[in-house]
Design a protein around this ligand. Sequence first.
Ligand SMILES: Nc1ncnc2c1ncn2[C@@H]1O[C@H](COP(=O)(O)OP(=O)(O)OP(=O)(O)O)[C@@H](O)[C@H]1O
Length: 416
Amino acid sequence: MPLFVENLKCGYSYPIVEVDGRLKFEEGKVYGFVGPNGSGKSTLIKALAGLVKIFEGKIYFDNMQLSQLSDIERAKHISYMPQHVFSNFPFTVLDVVMMGRFPYEKSKFLNSKESRTIAEKKIKQVELSSKKFSSILRISGGERQRTSFARVLAQDTKVLLLDEPNSNLDISHQEKILRLVREEAFSGKIVIMAIHNLKMAAKVCDSIIMMKDGRVVDIGRPDEVLTQENIRKVYEVDAVVYKNPFGIFDIELIQTDVPKTFHVHVVSGGGSAQLLYKMLIEMGCRVTTGVLSTNDTDFETAQLFSIYTVFTKPFMPIGEKEYIENIQLIKKADLCVLCNIPFGVQNLKNLEALKFANHLCIIEEEDISKRDFTGGLATKLYNCLREKALVFSSIESLQDYILKETNDKMSRGDLK
Ligand SMILES: Nc1ncnc2c1ncn2[C@@H]1O[C@H](COP(=O)(O)OP(=O)(O)OP(=O)(O)O)[C@@H](O)[C@H]1O
């Protein structure tokens, strides 16, 4: 019983959101709409709830066109939790949750025993039993949000539409609500929500729909959609996206207005820069690194230190975009450091990029030509670089050199 959106144009007095082709929502899955403010997440959710104007296209659920269902019929299939819960009436928490039972009640007084039992169970699930007779005008914003979520649960529909269900919640209740969301999907429901917190979205959603300016920019698994490139395109910020040491998806935004410090760009790989990263961070340098594969131990270490990293997917050659970004950092850096990288084919582009370094240091702890798996090509490139580089036999000797360099720059007023 999937839900489909087809060639949709929806909005208010004019179309705000356009979906080209078909967007399919399957049973048992959680879908997350992400995107900046005003990108159209709520409007699309409202379209699925039948609350905004459809200018073109269709929405189908279980082979029924939604626009042809009565409000009561639709409410048996689809429930909706709005972003803001407003009311001027002193309904109790229980009254509001009972409203979720309206499509099933024979009496308009909403007083069946069955509905009351369901409502109380849902109130308990959101931990509001002690407030069930409190007026919703006298509970907190987060408690009102949990009341609204309990109402959606009580409505017991196949499709749940949730517009930022955890925006007002403390961290513990955010986790609890998202766990309930997963349980709903596990029981075969389709859950569609707008969510701003990308880490939470990655954790709870099976599929992410990224939006900008009323359009779907990308759709797919969290690790496919929440990429550095998409985040830059949609939110216009730089971010490092990685799995932290616990294997949990994480995002760090890059500060672009850092004060001018000594910028060191490190070309590393295979764990060759683990100590170097630490040393440079402790020295107060601004460190960047790349291009690293996300399964490289140096990548993991760089993320632990929140080092801006140009990266590529595991076992993939370095793409043109990463190559160019790496060159830009190499050109901008006060100093580039080449570590004992493995001389595999993937690293040829990293060696090539270093030709653009204005100031290159090499840490040569062993004879790296022995590790050449490129038929001598990497050694050739390396020897060219070596001719114009300063070669150090340990990171300690490099440290002394950097200290001298930063002091010189500082005294010339080149650094703050
Ligand atoms: N009731 C309305 N009447 C007219 N335009 C509206 C209405 N509600 C929203 N809009 C416009 O539609 C656009 C998309 O808004 P929408 O609320 O769908 O964005 P959103 O992605 O959910 O944003 P946010 O993250 O801030 O909640 C915005 O430019 C907004 O001004």
